[in-house]
Design a protein around this ligand. Sequence first.
Ligand code: UDP
Length: 347
Amino acid sequence: MTTILTVVGARPQFIKAAAVSRAIRARDSMSEIMVHTGQHFDANMSDVFFDELEIAPPTHHLGIGGGGHGRMTGRMLEGIEEILEAGRPDWVLIYGDTNSTIAGALAAAKLHIPVAHVEAGLRSFNKRMPEEINRVLTDHVSTLLFCPTQAAVGNLAKEGVTTGVHHVGDVMYDATLNARAKARETSDIVGQLRLEPGKYVLSTVHRAENTESRESLESVLDYLKAKAVGMPVVLPLHPRTSAAAKKHGLDFDSLTVIDPVGYLDMMALLDGCAEVLTDSGGVQKEAYFHRKPCTTLRKETEWVETIEAGWNRLWKGTDFKSPRTNIADYGDGKSAEQILNLIEMAR
Ligand code: UDP
């Protein structure tokens, strides 16, 4: 029996972990211990994903939300280390680029427990992003590095990381395929918001670079408001952005602001929208999975193949490339299976 201890803490990790957790449950040869750090704790940023995506309730909940990066990461490190010492798993499985990711990676690596990193090798080459620091450090202490794209494999090679590196596709595509059909049957959010399919824009904003200063947030909101002259712009509001707008005295005016939604409603909003404006890594790809044009509200993106394929462009950057093409990198919706096969083979 291979025991995997999964560390999650933030919304995109619940979604990615759901795809892999489902595949672990289907194998008699594997068991999973789920640690929730508490980085995201609101019901609509956390519980809703456990319920809707049928993730088993966390075995351990550390309840560490809020505070600065150092304090938060330090407390997580301490909590995760205690759990690892109490019952040593065969693997620690971590996702993406949050403080929960780096805390899980460091705690395990120091105890000589092998780390498997899902979404390894992504780079923005912008070290001012907290996520970039988390990614680079995590990759350098990981034993298995599961890359969603060939570009990610190339990024790791340039840093001298070539052992244990596998291009497995994107678990978020697995997650989208699992949820999209269900969302079509069950979600009525487009109707509830009195939106017409194909006649609204979907936006999400939460990156520190867009929320930390008044100027940057105002500039993004002005862009969205200008868009809203033509079509409703729906903005499921991230708690960080809500707090930043309050702090900077900025309003949302003509934007259709709603609370963060569950994954099925998000799939339905993506399915029905005309275009996507976002600074989210996950939502950029989901726009492509739904074949919707996306404008990324940042100066760079880690998901360079979406730009190459003409489905994404950078705000204030270039226009969409033409013609639009399909992206093979993200796989066929079976990334979770590949990840588990590789973990079993590495035993
Ligand atoms: N998401 C959601 N509800 C929302 C906004 C986003 O379910 O109100 C989902 C979205 O579909 C994607 C994930 O959350 O799967 C992205 O998370 P986020 O943008 O917070 O993080 P990032 O991908 O930028 O790391």
